[in-house]
Design a protein around this ligand. Sequence first.
Ligand code: TRP
Length: 457
Amino acid sequence: MPQKSHTHAQWSSRLAFLLAAVGSSVGLGNIWKFPYMTGESGGGAFVVVYLICIALVGLPILMSEWLLGRLGQKNPMSSMQKIAGRMKRSQSWGLVGLAGILGAYLILSFYSVIGGWALAYIKYAVTDTFSTLDGDSVGSLFGNLLGDPSTLLLWHSVFMIMTVGVVIGGVAGGLERAAKTLMPALVVLLVVMVGYAATTDGFAEGVRYLLLPDFSKLTAQTILAAMGHAFFTLSLGMGIMMAYGSYLSDDVNIGRTAVIVVFMDTIIALMAGMAIFPIVFSNGLDAGAGPGLIFQTLPLAFGHMSGGWLFGILFFVLLVFAAWTSSISLLEPVVEWLEEKTSMNRKGATIAAGLATWALGLATVLSFNVWSDIHPLGIFDKFSGMTIFDLLDYATSKVMLPLTGLATIIFVGWFMQRDELKSQLNVSSGAFSLWYVTSRFVAPIGVAVVFVFGLIN
Ligand code: TRP
């Protein structure tokens, strides 16, 4: 990466950085997970808490990860150790980086299975399966897919191969350049979907559901879920943004860039919600349907709207691309770590990491059918009824991401020098003070309180 020379290369690498960051953050989290979590948590109140978490926790931690990466110039674990060493702090800060690598592995194992669902839906769209669907059959289409482990396995394998292929070839740059046109295309298509939703008679109810908070629906669990999702959707807590930050040149304004990424990510999630909930209400579907929500709503819209065949194909293709640019960012830290800690070369490390992720993904594949009655932590009330997939999701989003995020922000807020932070962030004094107070007090206290209450309640 060229340093501080004002050439065209510098500009394009800055854009490349932005694309990589948006590519990582915008993914299944926005379009698949956000709407279904909103639906499971009762709507607007969840959204309000989520937006607060994005602003008060997500944004400052995103900035912290980038500045740590830029200062450390190494992989997340070594960056943390290097900066900690310079501050005469314990090397065990490196464990935060290590936890991130484990988390990325766990997340990718189920992320790939869901990416596989999206691939399967491209096939349904191409074969014009949606045009005949109604409220019942849209559910059975999805149910049949989940009930069929070999088909799920096939698509999960394809998605993993796509991810490994990009990471092996080191052509991530190419994919990210492709994202430059695909992300705007995704936004345009979401606008079309919201436009369609606006013509349905459930529109007002859907928008009200999404945006009007009913705070009586809030529980410690939904608040923890909203906070965990703020980490998930911004790709925080796994050191991924830290790794990206190590490629960041000194003249990039971290604060402004972070605001752009957060804004894009949030808008896309909200638009997905605006497209989906009206369809839920106008077809009498269940907003709390869970992980299948987008797969049981949007196909109805494609079946009914004019040009729906084409829009359906486009939508699921773009969804796969969004998932793909996120999944490469999840595999990368595992590969880097293997490369450094073993004698494997990049190719070997990528294949090994890919195979290990694929293998763990089998547990998620089976969670929806053969193992749907296996509840490993069923003896605890709180976890009764949770499948292996549910537990993987819980352990990562609700435990690991908040804890590593908390460690990161405490490190930055309390163990680093104010002057250094100020010169790194290079923003106005007012903005810096706001960031500093949030990073020292608001974010860590908020995360800790939500985390503890969520676990004990
Ligand atoms: N943010 C991505 C999404 O919303 C998922 C993701 C990519 C992620 N990298 C991550 C989540 C790192 C947590 C940590 O789909």
